[in-house]
Design a protein around this ligand. Sequence first.
Ligand SMILES: [Zn+2]
Length: 172
Amino acid sequence: MPDIMSFGKHPDYLGAIDLADCPNHEVTLTIASITEKSVNNGRGESSKESVCAWQEKGWLPMILNVTNKKTLVKLLKTKDTAKMIGKRVTITTEHGKWFGKEGDALRIKPILPPQTVQNAPEIKCEGCGKPIQAASGMTVEQLAAYTKKKYGKALCADCATKAASAAKDGAE
Ligand SMILES: [Zn+2]
């Protein structure tokens, strides 16, 4: 299939224009699914395309052309799309001339981004001073808020455990 789909703007699918406001025209997203879908090209023809949907809200699914499929296979070291679910990839744009038209095409960046989300704000434990880590099914922020409410200080899981047993000892 030609690159046209990742280059012209299809209203239902991600296009280079959607990355215009992103820093460096790049975005890192988590793969939710990759499925074969019949996609109308806007000129009355439809074709079977691999469509990648994202876990992050607000991002249109992306049609994977051959170039991007190859990059995915290389990066994730598998051809099994089921194994690609949950993986984070960076999408970037490439300026060039495709089929006689100049423009920006979507590209999966050939470098794998960190696979863990690192944008969580660091909150330091008011007990030991170390950054609070997510624990007990709570995010860092939730744990900090919970311990602040319960013990009057934002605490890490270790310090919260100590505070809990200290409170118990004090009560006895
Ligand atoms: Zn602590």
